[in-house]
Design a protein around this ligand. Structure first.
Ligand code: PRT
Ligand code: ZN
Length: 283
C-alpha cells in the first residue's frame, strides 16, 4: 500500500515540492510528461497535476494528500484538511488599483474588481459590507485596469514587480498564503501511518531550516557568561581545547535570534565563531 501525493506538474510550486521530498530523503524521478511517478525509497506514489485540480483529487481520494497553495485551497472550497504549512510558495492576495488613483476607505464600493479568486474576494467584500462587482478572469489580471475592464484587481503578489510595471499600487492584503499539505478527510489506517512518517520528516526539515549550529572558542574564565547567552537544545556542549585556558562551545540558535546573540557573544569574549546549517533536527 502506498501513500498517494498530488503535486503541481509544472509552475511555481513544482521544484520546491520535489526539493522538500528530497530533503525528506525521498527521491522521485522528475515529472516530465508523466502523470505519475513512484518513490524508490518510501511507499509514495506522486501524481503531477494542475494546482487548481489538487483539492478536488484529494477530496475524492484519488490522491490521499497534496502540496498546494493555501490560496487555491480557500478558493476551491473542497472538503479537505490543511495539515501542515510547508514554508515555500509564499505570497499574498492583495487588492491593487491605478497608482494615480486616491484610495479611501470605501474606494471599492460600486467598483469592478478583476480577479482569479472570486470566492475569496466575495467573502472579503461580504465581511467588509462592500457592494462591488467581481469580474472573474483566469490570467493576466494585472492588465484589466489598463484596458478599462476593471477599477481594481485582486491578485497574488510576491515581489510586487508585476504591479509596478503595470502602473498599479497595492492597497490592501486579503490573505497571506504559502504551500500547505492537505489531506483527505477519511484516510485509512495505513495511509494515516505513512502520512505521520512523512510529516515527521517534513517537520524535522522545517525545524532544521529555522535553526543554525554554532561553534565558538571561549577563554575558560569567560565561559559562564558565554554559556548564559546560548539556549541550545538542552544545554551547550563544552569541550576542552589543546590550550588549557580555552574551550570550544557548541550550540543551536534560532535563525531569527542569531545576529543579536552573536554580537553579545563577541562582547562576552567569544572568538572564532562558526555558523553551520543544520540538515535535519529531531527533538
Ligand atoms: O498550471 P497550473 O494551473 O498548475 O499553475 P498556475 O499558473 O495556476 O500557478 P502558478 O505556477 O503561477 O502558481 C502556483 C502557486 O504558487 C500559486 O497558487 C501560489 O500559491 C504560489 N505563488 C507564489 C504565486 C506567486 N507566488 C506569484 N507571484 N502564484 C502566482 N504568482 C503570480 C501572480 O499571479 C502575478 O501574476 O506572479 C505575479 C506576481 O509576482 P510578483 O513577484 O511580480 O509580485
Ligand atoms: Zn493553476
Amino acid at each position: 500500500m502506498k501513500l498517494k501525493l498530488a503535486i503541481q506538474k509544472s509552475g511555481r510550486l513544482h521544484d520546491d515540492s520535489l526539493k522538500l521530498l528530497k530533503e525528506c530523503g525521498i527521491e522521485i524521478s522528475n515529472g516530465g510528461n508523466k502523470l505519475k511517478s513512484e518513490a524508490a525509497n518510501f511507499p509514495l506514489e506522486v501524481f503531477f497535476l494542475r494546482d487548481d485540480d489538487i483539492p478536488q483529487y484529494v477530496e475524492d481520494g484519488v490522491a490521499d494528500i497534496g502540496f498546494v497553495g493555501e490560496n487555491v485551497v480557500f478558493e476551491k472550497q473542497k472538503q479537505v484538511t490543511i495539515s501542515e504549512q510547508l514554508g515555500f510558495g509564499k505570497c499574498r492576495l492583495s487588492i491593487a488599483i491605478d497608482k494615480a488613483a486616491e484610495y479611501k476607505d470605501n474606494f471599492l464600493q460600486g467598483k469592478r474588481i478583476a480577479t482569479s479568486y472570486p470566492v475569496i474576494v466575495q467573502d472579503y467584500l461580504q465581511q467588509k459590507k462592500i457592494d462591488a462587482e467581481i469580474h472573474e478572469i483566469s490570467g493576466s489580471v494585472e492588465i484589466a485596469p489598463g484596458i478599462g475592464l476593471a477599477d481594481a484587481i485582486c491578485d497574488l503578489v510576491s515581489s510586487g514587480s508585476t504591479l509596478f510595471t503595470n502602473g498599479l499600487k497595492e492597497t490592501e492584503t486579503i490573505l497571506y498564503s504559502q504551500a500547505v499539505l492537505i489531506k483527505n478527510k477519511c484516510l485509512g489506517e495505513v495511509q494515516k501511518k505513512l502520512l505521520s512518517k512523512l510529516l515527521f520528516r517534513i517537520q524535522s526539515v522545517k525545524r532544521a531550516k529555522k535553526n543554525k549550529y554554532i561553534l565558538l572558542n571561549a577563554p575558560n574564565d569567560k565561559l559562564d557568561g558565554i554559556i548564559k547567552l546560548l539556549p541550545g537544545m538542552k544545554s551547550p556542549t563544552v569541550l576542552p581545547l589543546a590550550d588549557n585556558n580555552w574551550s570550544s562551545v557548541h550550540s543551536v540558535l534560532k535563525e531569527d535570534d542569531f545576529w543579536e546573540i552573536i554580537e553579545q557573544l563577541k562582547i562576552a569574549g567569544a572568538e572564532g565563531i562558526l555558523i553551520v546549517p543544520i540538515e535535519k533536527m529531531i527533538l
